[in-house]
Write a protein that binds this ligand. Structure first.
Ligand code: SF4
Ligand code: SF4
Length: 269
């Protein structure tokens, strides 16, 4: 299910870019980057879901896909035509669709037509339109990721030596700090052993943890019960406004996610 998000390489990522998720393995994803917009269209020519549903309840603006800012837009968009939906999403975000690389390439190939534009123009989006901040990377990352230089950068990126360096923690951190990598990967898996409720921090009358629990557990009362049917999604832990829910086990890769997104996640829920 695509999220409504800005994307510093593609402009926006909605239905069209989301289909990259159908590629198996990092090697195939890397090949797609040789000509990102055109290859995304190639995937969409082969794989055509019957229905696209865009989750825009909470979207992302700014330096997406991972270093942007959540934005409560409150929309769900669904339909059968990914070109039209992506165009409508660009209109919602008040983006010039020609700056969205996938839409520009689709227009060049005749996949996005005047009929799409006319239909999008006929929709009254006044209640949902929000001017999203554009995904502007720093000067260094923009220089490296420019489409004109991309094939040279990919030639370096795909060498065995560079791949080895990328797998080291120190080099990964450096790429993150320069803005060339959007995530600081930690390879360690998470080991979840349950929760402890800090009762002194739990606010009377608050229902956030129960509201976000996808299996509708009676929270926070049953949170420490290991046989309560918890699926370990961590939503309650991440949504609690007072940090009354303590994680037991090893956070692993989640530690970095929490370092980056804890404050904005709790603010947005
Ligand atoms: S979200 Fe936190 S503060 Fe609210 S009821 Fe649950 S544990 Fe208590
Ligand atoms: S981790 Fe997920 S499933 Fe488990 S109690 Fe929290 S919200 Fe519910």
């Amino acid at each position: 299910m695509p999220k409504l998000k800005t994307h510093f390489e593609a402009g926006m990522t909605v239905c069209l870019k989301n289909m990259m998720g159908c590629l198996v393995g990092q090697e195939n994803k890397k090949k797609t980057h040789r000509s990102l917009a055109k290859n995304i269209l190639n995937i969409n020519k082969k794989i055509k879901p019957h229905l696209h549903i865009v989750d825009g309840l909470i979207a992302m603006e700014g330096l997406g896909p991972t270093r942007g800012t959540p934005l409560r837009t409150g929309v769900v968009i669904f339909g059968v035509d990914p070109y039209l939906i992506d165009l409508v999403c660009a209109r919602i975000a008040e983006f010039d669709y020609k700056k969205v690389r996938t839409l520009k390439a689709a227009e060049d190939q005749g996949l996005l037509t005047a009929r799409h534009r006319e239909f999008a123009d006929s929709l009254d989006l006044s209640g949902v339109k929000r001017r999203f901040k554009e995904p502007i990377a720093n000067a260094f990352a923009s220089f490296i990721h420019s489409p004109r230089r991309q094939k040279y950068c990919l030639a370096v990126r795909n060498t065995a030596a560079f791949n080895y360096l990328c797998s080291t923690e120190a080099f990964g951190k450096m790429l993150f700090l320069t803005g060339l990598r959007q995530d600081n990967f930690i390879k360690d898996e998470m080991r979840f052993e349950g929760f402890k409720l800090k009762r002194e921090l739990c606010r009377k009358g608050c229902t956030k943890c129960a509201d976000y629990c996808p299996v509708e557990l009676k929270l926070p009362q049953t949170i420490e019960d290991r046989n309560n049917g918890c699926i370990g999604c961590q939503y309650c832990f991440l949504a609690c406004p007072t940090k009354a829910i303590e994680f037991k086990g090893e956070l692993g890769f989640m530690a970095e996610q929490i370092r980056q997104y804890d404050k904005i996640t709790r603010e947005v829920v």
